[in-house]
Design a protein around this ligand. Sequence first.
Ligand code: SF4
Length: 224
Amino acid sequence: MKDFLLVYNKLYNYYGAQGWWPINKNYSGKLRLNYGEKFEICLGAILTQNTSWTNVEKTLINLRKNNILNINKLRLIDINKLAELIKSSGYNNQKSKKIKQFIKFLDSDKEINRENLLDVWGIGKETADSILLYAYNKPYFVIDTYTRRIFSRLGFCDEKIDYDKLQDLFHSGLDKNFILFNEYHALVVEHAKVFCRKTPVCSSCPLNDFCEYYKDNCERLINK
Ligand code: SF4
């Protein structure tokens, strides 16, 4: 049985608390959020699809500078004008449509749950789970490319494992606790940036003592 908590503890001991989700560039780890902060997280979760967080921050700064980083202004703004303002996040025409659809959903007063979020055009599983976990404190583990990369290299799963199967492994291997899931996903992202990059830096990685990739590709070379 692979130990997800052991990996978490190792990552946490190495990197410390990550303070997600960043709001107005502030990594405070705040869990009691006001409506505007929740909305900013939802917006960030949509904008970060297929782009880096650095680009999303540029977009959020631009929206703030133009005084439209709130649901009331974004509800009224012309969709093409919005696409112009969010250009730095890429796929801007699609994303402006997604933001408009998401606001329509919020205005519908439907319950904010996974099933309803997945019915909104442009909201996939990763985005829905990011919204539920980081804006609404619901225990859904967020799966992304980094999660697949690290956990397949560690030997927990196949690299092509589908979203639900890998999420099920996390959900059954850990207490369903939103604070733990919040911190764990943030640590996974940090680890993928620092050590477990596309070309991994294994020799000084804090997880290398039980990593299958390391055993197969690095240890053997060292012992040759
Ligand atoms: S030892 Fe290498 S492959 Fe394994 S988790 Fe660390 S960086 Fe990734």
